[in-house]
Design a protein around this ligand. Sequence first.
Ligand code: 13P
Ligand code: SF4
Length: 309
Amino acid sequence: IDPGLDLEAEIVRLKKERNAVLLAHYYQEGDIQDLADFLGDSLQLAQQAKKTTADVILFAGVHFMAETAKILNPDRIVVVPDLEAGCSLADGCPVDRFRAWRAKYPDAVSITYINCTAEVKAESDYICTSSNAEKIVRAIPEDKEILFAPDKNLGRWLEQKTGRKMRLWQGSCVVHETFSLRKIIALREQHPTAKLIAHPECEEALLRMAAFIGSTTALLKYTQTDDAEAYIVATESGIVHQMRKASPHKTFLEGPPEKNCACNECPFMRLNTMEKVYLALRDLEPRIEMPLDLRERARVPIDRMLALS
Ligand code: 13P
Ligand code: SF4
């Protein structure tokens, strides 16, 4: 790429030329968020992907999100900035092990978090996201056992909210498990009025301390409607960009990781850069493609989720 190229202007121009829509998750870097046609949590992005009439969907997020967009919109071209942008939850739940797990409990219903591969979706009864998971759990008849995969922290939080015991897959998110309770407690001492808000992928001990728990969109909305002056935000730090934009007079403290590292940035989400967004639009590559049979089987539990949302 010519170093003198105005990437922002080029992306805007190419979006128009290609009749493309840029969907972005809140964990993207601020520059990408600012250029997005639609920003949202996993559920809203899936709903938006289903609705779009654009010819091209450029999905600035991680692989399972773009895959979901393709499943819901098979006739559109779906491109991503970087095919390597995966997710530790999806990686920790390979389809062969998932299939074997399900086979052990043939009468159980499986609810699978959207953070998984299309292959695992195809083997699931229902998909959920953090914003509709409670509703989906409550929709399952009481006499049915539930298998919940792959995030054990979200699963445990749902058990507590619904009073429903489930069989949990033991997966976790590398980002949400890095927050340091010790440092959060110290931060609260320095900022006694700051409220701790957290994503349900965080560990149980942290969630117990949180004033509010929700999906990325729910956390953002909370900071807009709640009257506190300051927040400690225990989720990927990208969302703080929108929180600051929406409430410039408030203070947002990023949840501190245990080590002195940028571990509160998702290493997968942050593979996406402005350069790669530009190249994906210019070349219409790399694309998300999958066999018809897989796409159709994976769509069934996603449609069940959307119908209940
Ligand atoms: P939500 O945006 O649905 O809260 O999901 C967070 C996440 O970890 C996405 O990978
Ligand atoms: Fe996956 Fe965690 Fe990154 Fe979300 S933040 S994409 S759950 S690794």
